[in-house]
Design a protein around this ligand. Structure first.
Ligand SMILES: Cc1cc2nc3c(=O)[nH]c(=O)nc-3n(C[C@H](O)[C@H](O)[C@H](O)COP(=O)(O)OP(=O)(O)OC[C@H]3O[C@@H](n4cnc5c(N)ncnc54)[C@H](O)[C@@H]3O)c2cc1C
Length: 311
């Protein structure tokens, strides 16, 4: 690992952060330290970085804005790749091609300013394009899958490949990338519809206000914790179990929105995880509902990153 870090630094592949607190890179503001975070300058440097990682068999993960992840409090003994420099955007009529590190809120505003509709739902989602492509982020019955045209990835053979919307195998908050954790999205192309700028702006404004009224945006969180079970709202279920305000350490089920767990000040990742586990156990025993975590659980001993149906 130490050799790899030295090589990455000597090759000037990008910014390197050593023993960096993951709390600085996640919206929950929790997590242990990362042995190394690397922010490659571009595609060429990213491929060189991945070659080193592959050769030396180093554990690694790509991180967007960290708004849908829960890292454990343990050190992440590997390399975290951040694509902050993949931030170019090109708008050609109704087609937007944009780098994986581009922020979704900025992107939806760009679309609005160009009188393009279809991205209004992204207006309050604090992630990046890569995170949305991976998670199939969505809101108000719309999602990334409905506007994506193609996705540029680096595959396990370190080749740059274009995937179609169909290749992405999208469904509710799921994409094929979740079954191919070695694939890295570097760019996405979206197809939007021409629309009325003022109308789009008004929709976005109304939704921003709705979010402010219904979500605990003044506390660190990672949005909705659980996927909605079929024909049910996870938040309603948690509220019905009387768990609003349920607290462990400095983590709490939000009083405002029961599907949010908030960090009320220096929470440990393990406080949040304990709340998640408590909710799951209660939902199963009280309602026979197997709640599935939407957020990615990273670096937990014996816990799968993806909360699979069969778990
Ligand atoms: C206040 C709040 C509100 C939210 N509201 C919504 C909402 O309305 N709808 C919704 O869907 N989500 C919502 N979220 C959750 C989150 O913002 C989205 O899931 C978002 O798409 C995650 O993007 P990210 O860049 O932060 O991804 P991260 O959290 O950094 O990563 C999530 C997963 O994607 C993978 N990943 C990230 N980038 C790449 C890449 N380039 N290539 C391959 N894999 C990658 C990571 O490895 C990780 O497994 C909300 C979160 C918060 C904090």
């Amino acid at each position: 690992m130490q050799d790899a870090i030295k090589e990455i630094i000597s090759l000037h592949l990008g910014k390197v952060l050593i023993n960096e607190k993951l709390a600085n890179h996640t919206t929950y503001r929790v997590g242990g330290k990362a042995r190394c975070i690397c922010i490659p300058k571009g595609t060429e440097e990213l491929i060189k970085l991945l070659k080193i990682i592959k050769e030396k068999k180093i554990k690694h993960i790509v991180l967007g804005n960290g708004s849908n992840v829960l890292f454990s409090d343990n050190i992440y003994d590997g390399i975290i790749i951040k694509l902050d420099n993949f931030n170019k955007i090109n708008i050609d009529k109704n087609i937007i091609t944009v780098g994986a590190g581009y922020p979704l809120i900025k992107l939806s505003n760009d679309a609005m300013r160009n009188s393009l509709k279809g991205m209004e739902f992204m207006g309050g989602i604090p992630g990046t394009v890569g995170g949305a492509v991976f998670m199939n982020a969505g809101a108000y019955g719309e999602d990334t899958a409905s506007i994506i045209e193609s996705v540029k990835i680096i595959n396990s053979d370190l080749e740059v490949v274009n995937l179609s919307q169909k290749d992405m195998k999208y469904s509710y908050r799921t994409s094929m990338l979740q079954d191919h954790l070695d694939y890295i999205c570097i760019e996405a192309t979206f197809k939007l519809e021409p629309g009325d700028k003022e109308e789009i702006e008004n929709i976005m404004k109304t939704r921003r206000e709705q979010r402010k009224a219904s979500q605990p945006l003044n506390f660190p969180s990672a949005g909705s914790v659980f996927r909605n079970p079929p024909n049910m709202y996870a938040g309603k279920l948690i509220e019905d179990m009387g768990l609003k305000g349920f607290t462990i350490g400095k983590a709490m089920v939000s009083e405002k929105h029961a599907n949010f767990i908030i960090n009320t000040g220096n929470a440990k990742a393990s406080d949040i995880k304990k709340i998640i586990d408590t909710i799951k156990v209660k939902a199963l025993s009280k309602y026979n509902v197997r709640l599935r975590v939407e957020q990615r659980l990273i670096n937990w001993v014996g816990v799968s990153e993806k909360d699979k149906e069969e778990d």
